[in-house]
Write a protein that binds this ligand. Structure first.
Ligand SMILES: [Zn+2]
Length: 53
């Protein structure tokens, strides 16, 4: 596994943390996004994309 790779919870794309277009903290977990569009979707309905809600 390569260091710093994460999965965008919106589109499922694998991205590197350094290249992420946005980061959101939700219930103490950091989520990384490939684009600001994905980030905005997550911010509107984080419950839809996380197990913890
Ligand atoms: Zn995305």
């Amino acid at each position: 596994m390569l260091f710093g790779k994460v999965k965008d919870p919106i589109c499922g794309m694998k991205i590197s943390k350094r290249k992420a277009a946005g980061v959101v903290e939700h219930h103490g977990t950091l989520y990384y996004f490939c684009s600001t569009g994905c980030k905005e979707k997550f911010e509107k309905e984080p419950k839809k994309y996380t197990e913890t809600g």
